[in-house]
Design a protein around this ligand. Structure first.
Ligand code: WT7
Length: 657
C-alpha cells in the first residue's frame, strides 16, 4: 500500500460521525433492509427479479453460466438495449416526458428532448449508420463532446447490435489511433469541435490526424456540426451528421440480440502502457445499471430530475448518464461545459433552473467548489436536491461533510459509490434510505454483490484491519473480458487470488469496527487524477518517446484538489540541458501523446533515478520526495546519495500551472 493510503487510513480512523436518513426519507425509500436479506438468501434469484425490470424478447433459461473467469448472464435471453431505453417508454405513454435537458456551455444554448423525440432521432441515426454499412457485431468509435448526439449515437449503435467505443474528447490523436485500431472500428462519429472554457476547440482535426497515421480500418467519419469552425474535408470518407441522420427515415424496427451481445468497449488504464479495452455486454449490464440507478439514488422517475456531472467518455457517463437513467425512463440533465464557465456558480445555476433533485459528482469537483467558497452555492436555491452521490476516488470526510452541509442543506443523504470501469455498475454504496452513512465510507456491498477485504494470502481480514478489496462472486454487469486479449483478462484480474476465484480490484480497503468498508485507493501503479485512471507506465512511455528523454519515472503524489497529481522524474539524453523550455516541451508532449489530463503537474530533471540492485525503480522513494515527506528506507538502493540529490532539487522544481 502506498504512503498516501496509510495517511488516508489514519485520518479515516478518527471519523466517527454517522448520518442516518430522516424517518421521512426512509419511509419512502425504494430499498429497505429486507432487500439485503432476500438477496443474501438467494443471490441469483435476486438478480432474476431485477432482470425483469427490463423488456425481454425471449426469456432466459439460466441466470448465470460461470466458467471462471468467464461469465454469461441470463443465458438464452434476448433483448434490445435501445428499445429498453426508449421504445418501451414511448409505448407506455411516456413519449412526452423529457429525457434530456441539455445545457450547452455558452449561456442560453439549451435543448429539451422528450423520449418520443429521442427515439425518433435514434431511429434515424440507426438507419444512417446502416446506410454506411454498420452491422450487428461491428465496432463504431465515438469521439464527441457532451452533446445529445453523443447519446443518440450510442443508442443507435446499441439498437443495431454494434458495439460502440466512446473515446473521451480530451484524448489526443495518438490515443484515438490506438483505440480505433485495437477495436478495428470502421466508422468514427465526431464533431467539428466542442466548447471548453468558453472557446471552441477542434475534435475532427484529431480524428483526421489519427487516421493519417495509417493502419486504421476507418471508412467513414460522421461529423456533427457543433462549433461551426472550419474543418478539413475528405469527400470520399467524411459525411455530415445532419445530412445523413437528418435525411434518414424515422422508421426502424429494433432487432432482438442475445443477452451477451457486446454493447460497448471502453478503454481504461492498467499497469502497463497499453490501455485495456473493457468489454461490456447487454442483458446483465443493463440489469445492474438499471437496478443500481434506481436503488442507490432512490430514483422516482416521474418526479426526479437527475444530473450526473461526469463526462460521457468515462464509464460513469455510460452507466449513469445513458443506460441506467434512460432504461429507468428518468429525466436527466446533461451539461456540456466546465464548472467555471462563464462563472463559478454555473452548476448551482443549473440545479436551480432545472430543479435538479439528484446530483452525482466526483470528489475532485466537490473539493474545487470547497476551494471557491460556499458563498457561491449559497447564492442559489438548491432546495430541490434530495440525494447526492459521489464517485471516482476516495472522498475525504471534510469534502463529504461540506457536500452534505453546503449543497445538501444538511438534509440530503450522500451516497459514496464505489465501482470501476470493469465492474460496469455500482458495487459498494450506502442505500440512502437504509444506511447510517459515515463520511468517507462506501459502507457495504449493495444487495446481490459480494466483496471481501483480504490479506496477501487471500484470507479475510478482521474488523479494524486493512487489506486488498476483492469481489468474491460474479455480478451481472461485470466485464466479459479485455477486447482481443483473454490472457491479459485472466492475468490482470483473476491470477492474484486464483485459488479462491476472487476478482482483484487493485484497490486497498479497510473494514472498520462495524465491518463497514473504507476504500483507500489504488495499490498498483495506477494513478487517480481527478477521478481518471492513468497508469504510471503510460506517462513514462510518452515521456521516453520524446527525443530529449533518456529515462523517466512517474509517480502519483497526493494533491488537495485532484486527488493525485502526476510528478515525473526525467533523465535527459547526453548533452541536453534542462530549462523551463524543456519542461514545457515535455509536458506538452505528454498532452499530445495521451491528452491534457495526463500532463504532469511537475517535471523534475534529474541525473539518476533511485534503483534497487536488480534495477527496479523505487517509486516509493520518489513519492516521498514528491509529497515532501521524510524519505523512507533507502537501504536497498544501489547508491543512496541519488535520493539526496533528487530531494535537494525538489523545492526549485516549479510546475507551470
Ligand atoms: C477506480 C476505478 C467508478 C467510475 C469512475 C472511475 C476509484 C471509484 C471510488 C469510491 C474510492 C473509488 C478506485 C477504483 N474509485 N469510486 N467511491 N471510493 N475509490 O472508474 O476509471 O475505472 O476507476 O476509481 O480506485 O478502482 P475507473
Amino acid at each position: 500500500m502506498t504512503e498516501s493510503s496509510s495517511d488516508n487510513l489514519s485520518n479515516l480512523l478518527h471519523e466517527t460521525r454517522t448520518f442516518p436518513p430522516s424517518g421521512e426519507f426512509a419511509a419512502q425509500a425504494n430499498v429497505t433492509e429486507a432487500d439485503f436479506a432476500q438477496a443474501e438468501q438467494d443471490r441469483l434469484g435476486f438478480w432474476d427479479t431485477q432482470a425483469r425490470r427490463l423488456k425481454w424478447r425471449t426469456p432466459w433459461t439460466e441466470t448465470l453460466e460461470w466458467a471462471p473467469p468467464f461469465a454469461k448472464w441470463f443465458v438464452g435471453g434476448t433483448l434490445n438495449v435501445a428499445e429498453n431505453c426508449l421504445d418501451r417508454h414511448v409505448e407506455a405513454g411516456l413519449g412526452d416526458r423529457v429525457a434530456i435537458n441539455w445545457v450547452g456551455e455558452p449561456e442560453d444554448d439549451t435543448r429539451t428532448i422528450t423520449y418520443a423525440q429521442l427515439l425518433d432521432e435514434v431511429k434515424r441515426a440507426a438507419n444512417a449508420l446502416t446506410s454506411l454499412g454498420v452491422q450487428a457485431g461491428d465496432r463504431v468509435a465515438i469521439y464527441l463532446p457532451m452533446l445529445p448526439e453523443t447519446v443518440v449515437a450510442m443508442l443507435a449503435c446499441a439498437r443495431l447490435g454494434a458495439a460502440h467505443s466512446v473515446i473521451f474528447g480530451g484524448f489526443s490523436a495518438q490515443a484515438i489511433h490506438d483505440r480505433v485500431t485495437d477495436a478495428d472500428a470502421r466508422v468514427v462519429i465526431t464533431s467539428d469541435g466542442g466548447y471548453r472554457r468558453g472557446a471552441p476547440s477542434g475534435l475532427k482535426v484529431n480524428v483526421d490526424e489519427a487516421i493519417a497515421k495509417g493502419g486504421t480500418a476507418i471508412e467513414h467519419v460522421v461529423v456533427v456540426k457543433r462549433t461551426n469552425q472550419d474543418v478539413e474535408w475528405d469527400d470520399t470518407r467524411d459525411v455530415w451528421w445532419h445530412d445523413i441522420v437528418g435525411g434518414a427515415s424515422n422508421e426502424h424496427q429494433a432487432q432482438a440480440f442475445d443477452a451477451e451481445q457486446p454493447l460497448y468497449i471502453l478503454y481504461t488504464s492498467g499497469t502497463t502502457g497499453k490501455p485495456k479495452g473493457i468489454l461490456h455486454t447487454s442483458g446483465g449490464y443493463l440489469t445492474q445499471v438499471s437496478y443500481t440507478h434506481w436503488a442507490a439514488f432512490d430514483l422516482k422517475a416521474e418526479t426526479d430530475v437527475y444530473w450526473c456531472a461526469a463526462d460521457v467518455g468515462w464509464v460513469t457517463g455510460h452507466s449513469y448518464i445513458v443506460y441506467g437513467p434512460l432504461s429507468n425512463a428518468s429525466t436527466i440533465v446533461m451539461y456540456e461545459g466546465t464548472p467555471d464557465t462563464p462563472h463559478r456558480g454555473r452548476w448551482w445555476e443549473i440545479v436551480q433552473e432545472y430543479g435538479v433533485t439528484i446530483l452525482y459528482a466526483a470528489p475532485t469537483a466537490i473539493r474545487t467548489f470547497m476551494k471557491w467558497g460556499e458563498d457561491i452555492p449559497n447564492g442559489y436555491d438548491l432546495s430541490s436536491l434530495r440525494v447526492l452521490g459521489s464517485v471516482g476516488e476516495p472522498i475525504n470526510p471534510e469534502a463529504w461533510i461540506w457536500y452534505r452541509r453546503v449543497i445538501g442543506a444538511d438534509r440530503t443523504p450522500v451516497v459514496d459509490t464505489w465501482w470501476q470501469t470493469e465492474t460496469g455498475a455500482i458495487m459498494i454504496s450506502p442505500m440512502p434510505g437504509v444506511a447510517a452513512a459515515k463520511p468517507g465510507s462506501a459502507l457495504r456491498t449493495i444487495p446481490g454483490i459480494s466483496a471481501e477485504v483480504v490479506d496477501n494470502d487471500g484470507t479475510p481480514v478482521g474488523n479494524g484491519e486493512g487489506g486488498l478489496l476483492v469481489l468474491t462472486e460474479p455480478w451481472p454487469a461485470m466485464l466479459r473480458g479485455i477486447w482481443g486479449d483473454p490472457d491479459r483478462y485472466q492475468e490482470t484480474y483473476w491470477s492474484r487470488f486464483q485459488e479462491q476465484g476472487y476478482y482483484f480490484a487493485g484497490d486497498g480497503a479497510k473494514k472498520d469496527e462495524d465491518g463497514d468498508l473504507w476504500l483507500l485507493g489504488r495499490v498498483d501503479d495506477v494513478m487517480n487524477i481527478s477521478g481518471h485512471r492513468i497508469s504510471t507506465t503510460e506517462v513514462e512511455s510518452a515521456l521516453v518517446s520524446h527525443p530529449l528523454v533518456a529515462e523517466a519515472a512517474v509517480v502519483g503524489a497526493s494533491d488537495p484538489t485532484t486527488g493525485q497529481g502526476i510528478v515525473a522524474f526525467v533523465i535527459l539524453r547526453g548533452e541536453n540541458v534542462e530549462g523551463a523550455d524543456t519542461v514545457a516541451a515535455l509536458r506538452n508532449h505528454v498532452a499530445k501523446e495521451i491528452g491534457p489530463i495526463a500532463k504532469p503537474r511537475q517535471i523534475m530533471i534529474v541525473q539518476e533515478l533511485p534503483k534497487t540492485r536488480s534495477g527496479k525503480i523505487m517509486r516509493r522513494l520518489l513519492r516521498d520526495v514528491a509529497e515532501n515527506r521524510e524519505m523512507g528506507d533507502v537501504t536497498t538502493l544501489t547508491d543512496d546519495s541519488v535520493m539526496n540529490l533528487i530531494a535537494a532539487k525538489m523545492p526549485t522544481a516549479a510546475s507551470e500551472d
